[in-house]
Design a protein around this ligand. Structure first.
Ligand code: PMP
Length: 454
């Protein structure tokens, strides 16, 4: 789909991209993606690239699904816009709230909408503070999260995140946000001779220590991604989440599962907390709720948190012009129905995940790969210089950038964070496409090894 307009030149002249070093990007020029179908994206030269990242972890149903196009078109014709303020609703918002409440764990059945993951996270922070105010405990305001967590990029969501490169340049984090370590990632932070279970208990104890340091009477909530995503795709060590849940209950701290990546089938269940066996008080969700076709996010509250808010005489003065936008809600409804109809959380999803994970394991023999890990349709590999000692290439992050470049050239999208490479393909990927995905990844790894002289 080559146009005669020079897109790269236009972009270079006027566009400041998210998460980019601008002068570098302007020297190189951006990659231009013009269209997409199924699990493939296409650049302006017509080169086909297998999208191993489902966009930004969101395109559960793959690209160009007619059913979602139809849902959006119908809604746009029927009710192009209306809001949910002033005691008004739409059939789309009401049905979506009902549908989401059927998928969330028992009890988390009060839903409010926003447009992005970061907005849902910001909203959850406000609702948590509001809840404790209503409960007559206004001093309970500290929110604890983890080093290397990613919870979004608005002022509060970036403060909740545990990634200093997103914070210092903007004078963040705000007060009230506290980050604990070690990050629950056994490969990197487990001590020699320490079992995975002992490591999990050490990570959870860091929460208890922080609560005691701040005083439980000052702590409002603990927030975590069931699988830590954008900070490095780190799977919780065995036993971690039940222990976190126990600690939150012991000190009367709200437990918040940020399901923006894990939700809607990514880890094999509807939500990551179901995969890891814990029940939060609050959930935030976005991305997969619409397969990325429309911007929509949601917060789910359990009865305990919702009740004082519902019964309060003050209005919940929070929300957005586009909260639960009818077109986005229509797409979300059809998307969730299709995840059900296609068995993506269920038999087909289980079979695809099993096959994907077995192919991921085959990369363990590659000289560059120190570890593979994954769950559902999430996978990661660590690029190392020495498999035995886990020694990395210097400087850190270089191998990841080299590998990401080779992936694109080879025809597959993988994301790199440091020297960790991620995969997160659409849930509709077929076994034949999984074969192709891993052939391309292996080729890209071979090219990376050659460049790094392994
Ligand atoms: N929470 C988590 C766990 C995320 O992974 C992300 C985005 N990757 C966000 C929140 C923020 O979502 P958004 O980019 O839609 O604002």
């Amino acid at each position: 789909m080559k146009s005669n307009i020079d897109i790269k030149a236009l972009d270079n002249a006027h566009h400041l991209h998210p998460f980019s070093t601008h002068h570098e990007l302007r020297e190189k020029g951006p990659r231009v993606i013009t269209h997409a179908e199924g699990v493939y994206i296409y650049d302006e030269d017509g080169v086909r690239i297998l999208d191993g990242m489902a966009g930004l972890w969101c395109v559960q149903l793959g690209y160009g699904r007619q059913e979602l196009v139809d849902a959006a078109t119908d809604a746009m014709k029927t009710l192009s816009y209306y809001n949910l303020f002033f005691q008004t609703t739409t059939p789309y918002a009401a049905k979506l709230a009902d549908l989401i409440s059927q998928k969330t764990p028992e009890g988390l059945d009060q839903i409010t909408f926003a447009c992005s993951g970061s907005e849902a996270v910001d909203g959850a922070i406000k609702l948590i503070w509001y809840y404790w105010n209503l409960k007559g405990k206004p001093e309970k305001k500290a929110i604890i999260s983890r080093e290397r967590a990613y919870h979004g990029s608005t002022v509060a969501a970036a403060s909740l995140s545990g990634l200093p490169f997103m914070q210092g340049i903007f004078d963040l984090p705000l007060p009230r946000f506290h980050h604990i370590g070690p990050t629950p990632h056994y490969y990197e932070y487990g001590n020699a001779g320490e079992s995975e279970h002992d490591f999990a208990m050490r990570c959870a104890k860091a929460l208890e220590d922080k609560i005691l340091e701040l005083g439980p009477e000052n702590v409002a909530a603990f927030a975590g991604e069931p699988v830590m995503g954008a900070g490095g795709l780190m799977l919780p060590p065995e036993g971690y989440w039940p222990e976190i849940e126990r600690i939150c209950r012991k000190y009367d701290i709200l437990l918040w599962s940020d399901e923006v990546i894990c939700g809607f089938g990514r880890t094999g269940e509807w939500f990551g907390c179901q995969t890891y066996g814990f029940t939060p008080d609050i959930m935030t969700m976005a991305k997969g709720v619409t397969s990325g076709y429309q911007p929509l996010s949601a917060i789910a509250l359990n009865q305990r948190v919702a009740e004082p808010i519902i019964n309060a005489d003050t209005e919940m003065a929070h929300g957005f012009t586009y909260s639960g936008h009818p077109v986005a809600a229509a797409v979300a409804i059809r998307n969730i129905e299709l995840i059900d109809e296609l068995g993506l959380v269920g038999p087909r999803g289980e079979e695809t995940s099993r096959y994907f994970q077995s192919k991921l394991k085959t990369l363990d023999d590659h000289p560059l790969v120190g570890q593979t890990r994954g769950v559902g349709l999430l996978g990661a590999l660590e690029l190392v210089k020495n498999k035995e000692t886990k020694e990395r290439f210097a400087p850190g992050g270089h191998a990841g950038v080299v590998c990401r470049g080779h992936c694109f050239e080879t025809g597959v999208v993988m994301r790199a964070v440091g020297d960790t490479m991620f995969l997160c393909p659409p849930l509709v990927i077929t076994n034949a496409e999984i074969d192709e995905l891993f052939d391309l990844v292996r080729t890209a790894l071979d090219k990376t090894a050659a460049e790094l002289s392994v």
